[in-house]
Design a protein around this ligand. Structure first.
Ligand code: KIV
Ligand code: ZN
Length: 521
């Protein structure tokens, strides 16, 4: 068999928008530090373009894009901007430190968006496309233009705008399926026809950007690639507006596993996909669906006797890809209360964690405490513990102790001690159930107006001594902050998760203020 050398014309650029379109969805807000951690992982994984945020949206977004631009080693760092001059200039400023930066400017082109959202006619939109791309191009020679709601845009007008954007200097043309309405044949056809009809189409790379409202984002993206696009915009775990965006891990593995039908390649190190999924899930506190393709907990689990029998004879009977190819290691039970620091560090390295000295010390103390309470420590337990350690390392409010009296004779009562920015505070509160009592304690100790939107409990591993993992979502000033925490005691996990969400609110506000002041001065 002769090995085929991958050709440049079949290379697909992976454009990750986890930190922009992904972060934009309700509850997925990340802190500054979390964004840096996600970006560094995407960069190491081989993502070609990282859309790091929407710089005009807030000073916090600007600061994150700017810092990611400074730190990125390989990836192009991209910022999103609307078509206005202020947006574009702010975006250019944010990406300035990047070795390679991109301005991504967008404008709606569909009749319904032009009429109701923009309240502009087609000629005004057309002129704005030209002025936006021209302005962006004066800042950088790497400019992407998107026709928002492209799949519901009248074909001739779409071609006219695409041609004008390329003429004004756009090097990438993105035609998004903003509302997740398209079907694969149609999306394939759209790219094929636009490329055939636009005279200067060979001067730009075409890009797909799909939302999953009808569950077809991945299929549509791959159809667009078959139609001639060579960039896929996607997010880790498929997070994003409404039903989400195209899942990065799914398109990447589809091209890898079915290269016979999808003869395209990309630079992603697929052994990092599982780690990326976990880091994004921990940063956003969005749990990954158990049966999610590629990165779900059950994606490589075989339960039925017939399947297990087949697998033992030959893994290819029921497995189309090896778990190792996406970075899944078999769960092992090697850690326990006799494991020492060396074994713990080794285990963390094996799982892909690199912690600083202080974080490592704290994580080890918590691992020992957990091992005293729990017989068997699974990889998932360690993961929950370390993710929590990373999430809490910058916290302003920390739980020191909690005692709860619960049972059939109410009212339930909680006593809580907190460290609030270095000051120890103690409070007692009653509630309608133990969780309510715990949350009332927090409200008394740290008065706030944020509203509880979601409270969810699940087990990290099996057994009655499993760690409980609690997700809490708080709504504050029009944004939602989700946080997760794990502990063998469900009430302790509930308190930690609530405090973690509050900490995110505090940190977001702090992050926005200094930059706002600096910008004003
Ligand atoms: O879905 C969409 O249309 C977008 C654009 C801003 C590219 O996210
Ligand atoms: Zn989108």
């Amino acid at each position: 068999m002769t090995a085929t050398i991958p050709s440049d014309k079949d290379r697909v650029i992976i454009f990750d928008t986890t930190l922009r379109d992904g972060e934009q969805c309700p509850g997925a807000t990340m802190t500054f530090e979390e964004k840096l951690e996600v970006a560094s992982l995407l960069d190491a994984m081989g993502v070609d373009v990282i859309e790091a945020g929407f710089p005009i949206a807030s000073d916090g977004d600007f600061a994150a894009v700017h810092e990611i631009a400074k730190r990125a080693k390989n990836a192009v760092i991209c910022g999103l901007s609307r078509a206005g001059a202020k947006d574009i200039d702010r975006c250019a400023e944010a990406i300035r430190p990047a070795k390679q930066g991109r301005i991504h400017t967008f404008l709606s082109t569909s009749p319904v968006h032009m009429k109701y959202k923009l309240q502009m006619d087609a000629e005004q939109v057309y002129q704005l496309v030209i002025s936006a791309v021209t302005r962006a191009r004066n800042h950088t020679d790497n400019v992407e233009w998107s026709s928002e709601d492209g799949t519901r845009t009248e074909f001739d007008f779409l071609c006219k705008c695409v041609e004008a954007a390329i003429k004004a200097g756009a090097t990438t043309i993105n035609i998004p399926d903003t509302v997740g309405y398209s079907v694969p044949e149609e999306y394939y056809d759209l790219f094929k026809r636009v490329r055939e009809n636009v005279p200067n189409s060979d001067k730009a790379v075409f890009s797909v950007h799909c939302h999953d409202d009808l569950g077809m984002a991945v299929a549509n993206s791959l159809a667009g690639i078959r139609g001639g696009a060579r960039q896929i915009e996607c997010t880790v775990n498929g997070i994003g507006e409404r039903a989400g965006n195209t899942a990065l891990e799914e398109v990447v593995m589809a091209m890898r596993v079915r290269n016979d039908k999808l003869p395209f390649w990309n630079k992603i190190d697929t052994t990092m996909l599982t780690r990326a999924s976990k880091v994004v899930s921990a940063a956003t506190s969005f749990p990954v669906q158990y049966n999610k393709a590629i990165v779900g907990r059950n994606a490589f689990a075989h339960e039925s006797g017939i399947h297990q029998d087949g697998m033992l004879k030959n893994a290819e009977t029921y497995e189309i890809m090896r778990p190792e190819s996406v970075g899944v290691k078999q769960t092992s039970l090697v850690m326990g209360k006799h494991s020492g620091r060396h074994a713990f560090v080794h285990k963390l390295e094996e799982m892909g964690y690199k912690l600083g000295q202080n974080q490592l010390e704290d994580a080890f103390v918590r691992f020992k405490a957990l091992a005293d309470r729990k017989k068997e420590i699974y990889d998932e337990d360690i993961e929950a513990l370390v993710d929590q350690e990373i999430a809490q390392s910058h916290d302003r409010i920390k739980l020191l102790s909690l005692t709860v009296i619960a049972g059939t004779h109410g009212p339930q009562r909680a006593t809580m001690k907190l460290d609030v920015e270095g000051q120890t505070k103690i409070e007692e509160a009653e509630g309608n159930g133990p969780v309510d009592a715990v949350f009332n304690c927090i409200k008394a100790l740290v008065p706030h107006v944020a509203k509880l939107e979601l409270y969810q409990v699940h087990a990290v591993t099996q057994g009655t001594d499993a760690q409980a993992e609690v997700s809490v979502r708080l709504a504050h000033e029009g944004r939602s902050m989700t946080a997760r925490a794990a502990d063998p005691d469900t009430l302790v996990a509930s308190a930690k998760a609530y405090l973690s969400a509050l900490n995110k609110i505090v940190m977001k506000r702090e992050r926005d203020l200094p930059v706002a002041e600096a910008a004003a001065s």
